[in-house]
Design a protein around this ligand. Sequence first.
Ligand code: URA
Length: 441
Amino acid sequence: MRRIALAGPTDFEGWRDAARRLARQGVDPAEVVWSVAGESVDLFGAVSSEPTAAPPEEPAFAVPRGFLDLAETAILHADPERFALLYKMLCRFRAVETEAGECFIAWFEPEHHIVEAAAPFFVRRFASMRWSILTPERSVHWDGEVLRFSEGVDRSAAPGEDALEDLWRRYYAAIFNPARLKVQAMMSEMPRKYWRNLPEASLIKPLIDQAERRSAEMVQSAATPENPRPQRPAPASPAEAPAAAGSIEALRDEAAGCRRCPLWASATQTVFGEGPEDAGIVFVGEQPGDQEDLAGRPFVGPAGQVFDAALREAGIDRTRVYVTNAVKHFKFVPRGKRRLHQKPDVADIVACHGWLAQELDLLRPRLVVALGLTAVRSLTGKTMTLASAREQFLTTGGGATLLATIHPSFLLRLPDQNEKAREYARFLDDLKRVAALAQSA
Ligand code: URA
């Protein structure tokens, strides 16, 4: 029996070095006892540390980078079995051997006849690996040089369920947060038709079914009798206009449950306007970005930093103005771990217009500044170019003076430094005009 003592419960480097050393020596996972220094060990008593350097004659041992990334995260889990399970997984990379060398085998059940059409993609993507993709209709094999097709096979010919998939299922269940469940977003990223090939698929339905109860329990357990949790307002149906609220605070609460368009489903929260209710100037942007969506506040991300700097230079105190957006949910497309901004279309602007109109009704500012064309569209109901909006003195439906300028993110997208400086100077001029108008009013 080999015993490995790691320096702490999240000692990824210690686990990685020891696992590599053990794998190079061909040590069976069942032969290893993992523990954390200072924590009680196993029934057999004390732990002996292993030497860290591998003898030079041991063969090199490599695993895909993605596995190490997964292991680094999985080690944060509290399950005492995590080190042993990860070592078992690591050994599995060696176990997939054929007479011709290491081979990666995948099982898939496509709905359409796509094996031939999709094969070149996998050749380009995994050119240096040997792999086979087995499907019931047709199979395809790449040996690093030649692509070969063969008959389809039964699922039983593919590697079956094992501890690796079991570990993944446990990990998936542990990281599943019922309070952040977005069923529509999940379905659009991973449509149901692919679920049968996912080890975690068997968990998805029960986890979704339990999500409402589990998140209610989370909320309950956080509340105290002295400080009870406020109830979320009932979601509004898309058809009805927002009920007239008596204050910005009441309007904000109502907008928190807005379901007027589908954007709420993938966003984290409604990002409502903020600022004093007696603000003389209201700035209206387009929609919250990634950081605003997470923070729940408008203009706190990169565009917000440009906006803040320009406001300061123009002599406008951000704490004295009200800042909001034409659209109050983040619209994006997922790309891997990133969420890419998508411009709101007219339907999004129209669906959200009632909130902005009520903000202006309640605030009754003298000046409204549209930052970009989405705001112009929402505030005037008209489509025009920014050049033309910028040169006109417009008015909002409520009679406030409306000035239009660029959206600060426009400056972030300009690649040419001279052009950026020129456009920033124009933006500043617009803001200085706003400051002057506000003072003269
Ligand atoms: N862009 C906007 O239009 N609004 C924000 O709140 C952030 C970025």
